[in-house]
Ligand binder design. Structure first.
Ligand SMILES: Cc1cc2nc3c(=O)[nH]c(=O)nc-3n(C[C@H](O)[C@H](O)[C@H](O)COP(=O)(O)OP(=O)(O)OC[C@H]3O[C@@H](n4cnc5c(N)ncnc54)[C@H](O)[C@@H]3O)c2cc1C
Length: 469
């Protein structure tokens, strides 16, 4: 199934049920001397869309193969309680330079979800007991806890976009976030806050989550707690993540094929041939691969990828989180809660509130295995453990670990992986590797995906030269 992307205000491509004329020729390319396209891009998330825009604007013939029936990948603008919500990546900031530059380029505004002006803040320990902590104290505690956790970050990451610049990072990569938390002198509240935060950023238990990967994000946020906190959860894109990805694709003149899951990539033939599950094939001079790490096992590379990349693929990406929105009848005001590692609702914040609508809570679940995000009764029970006997009207969840084209959530490094980042970024012949997990800077973020799209596009252009040969 395929579609030609045509310009228009935030228009999405619609999958057609029969291949169009251009696509039907793709299956018979074996007889052709030339390739169907200059570049094939695997994956239509922010990494793939950025690479497509760059390469399309450079005058190259680009096809983008996306397994789903929509673009955006781990970003997903949807609707809940009559409002637009982001079921995946959401928050952006000017301290995330790549995504911000794209928003400026296309003139996109922001919506605010401030982490300040909170009416009520709570923490819940692993014992399941929720405590109200006054907002001022809650914010002081988290800042102080974070500053202790990140005490050496300036020395370790003087250049956050060159993550291995200080060789000491290699030693530190043997440590987990749990190791660092255990070393610190913290209050009970701070321990819960840091555990919640780190389990969330890892999408896994804190003993699996590599310490320097987390510290690097903090460094990218300006080595400063308030700046980092503002960067990670304050501003959403006004037109949704879909608005930005639409701008990128409209600007690319690339050919988008939806429902085109790549299952085999041959790259030893002086070109690249990509086979999709629907029996089609497309050839190109180079390919940009932006698969989520846990989806590489679905694709047969011929010849096989380097052993270093295979190690990454076999280890996989740890983050197995989920997103959840809950509509509560009561007006709870602007609330925020952290729940400890063993709890399902690790990060809870008010998205919208008012006497007319009650409260819409935006919740991030670190480990989707701790709760069924489609089970309203289970969710209601958990929300009541935090906020008392509230009336839950509706819920909407998205389990990214169960999504076959993600198999995981925000990209987090397990212990020992950051040291081996260059192997993940390394081109192999005509194949170039992007995706936010390969980013030098904000690798858990949309910004990292865009950074990687820019890098891979540059690498492809160097290979193909000015004339696309
Ligand atoms: C719940 C959640 C919350 C997040 N919160 C934030 C946030 O607030 N701010 C932020 O900046 N980031 C956030 N992130 C992270 C951010 O969304 C991701 O880092 C980023 O979107 C990843 O982009 P990508 O292009 O690297 O990968 P993806 O978006 O995963 O794109 C890869 C694409 O490859 C496709 N694909 C998979 N298999 C195949 C195949 N065989 N053939 C063809 N295509 C295939 C997938 O369908 C997908 O479209 C969050 C992520 C999640 C899940």
């Amino acid at each position: 199934m395929s579609t030609k992307w045509t310009p228009g205000p935030h228009r999405r491509p619609e999958a057609s049920t029969s291949p169009d004329a251009a696509d039907s020729s793709l299956a018979t390319t074996a007889d052709r001397k030339d390739t169907d396209f200059d570049v094939a891009i695997v994956g239509g998330g922010f990494a793939g869309a950025t690479a497509a825009r760059e390469l399309g604007q450079a005058g190259l013939r680009v096809v983008l193969l996306e397994a789903r029936d929509r673009l955006g990948g781990r970003t997903y603008t949807a609707e809940f309680a009559g409002r637009p919500v982001e079921l995946g990546g959401a928050w952006v900031h000017w301290l995330q330079p790549h995504v911000w530059a794209e928003m400026r380029r296309y003139g996109l505004g922001v919506i605010e979800d401030p982490f300040t002006g909170l009416d009520e803040t709570r923490v819940m320990g692993n014992d399941g007991v929720a405590s109200v902590v006054p907002p001022d104290q809650f914010l002081r505690d988290i800042r102080d806890g974070f500053e202790k956790f990140c005490h050496d970050v300036w020395q370790l990451f003087p250049r956050p976009y060159e993550p291995l610049y200080n060789p000491k990072v290699l030693e530190l990569d043997e440590l987990s976030c749990a190791d660092r938390i255990a070393e610190l002198d913290l209050t009970d509240t701070q321990r819960i806050q840091l555990n919640s935060f780190m389990t969330l950023y890892g999408g896994a238990v804190t003993s699996q989550f590599g310490l320097p990967g987390m510290l690097k994000l903090y460094a990218a946020g300006g080595w400063n707690y308030d700046a980092f906190a503002d960067a990670e959860t304050h501003y959403r894109i006004e037109s949704g993540t879909l608005g930005l990805i639409t701008c990128l694709i409209e600007d690319s003149s690339c050919k988008v094929r939806l429902n085109a899951a790549v299952e085999r990539i041959e790259h030893n033939i002086g070109a690249v041939r990509l086979h999709t599950r629907d029996g089609n094939a497309v050839s190109a001079k180079a390919a940009v691969i932006t698969l989520p790490l846990n989806c590489y096992t679905d694709v047969d590379f011929d010849p096989a990828l380097s052993l270093a990349k295979q190690n990454w693929i076999n280890e996989g990406m740890i983050s197995k989180g989920a997103k959840l929105f809950v509509h509560v009848r009561e007006n709870l005001g602007r609330v925020f809660a952290f729940c400890d590692e063993a709890q399902p609702l690790n990060w809870v914040q008010t998205l919208t509130y008012g006497d007319d609508i009650g409260t819409i809570l935006s919740i991030t679940v670190a480990r989707a295995s701790t709760i069924d995000v489609d089970d309203k009764a289970q969710i209601t029970a958990e929300v009541r453990r935090l906020f008392g006997d509230v009336d839950v009207i509706d819920t909407r969840g998205y389990d990214w670990a169960a999504d076959p084209f993600a198999r995981g959530a925000w990209p987090a490094y397990r212990v020992g992986q950051l040291s081996r980042l260059p192997a993940l970024q390394q081109p192999e012949g005509r194949l170039f590797f992007g995706g936010s997990i390969t980013a030098n800077g904000w690798h858990e973020f949309i910004d990292g995906a865009i950074e990687s799209g820019l890098r891979t596009a540059r690498e492809v252009q160097i290979l193909l030269g000015g004339d696309g040969s």
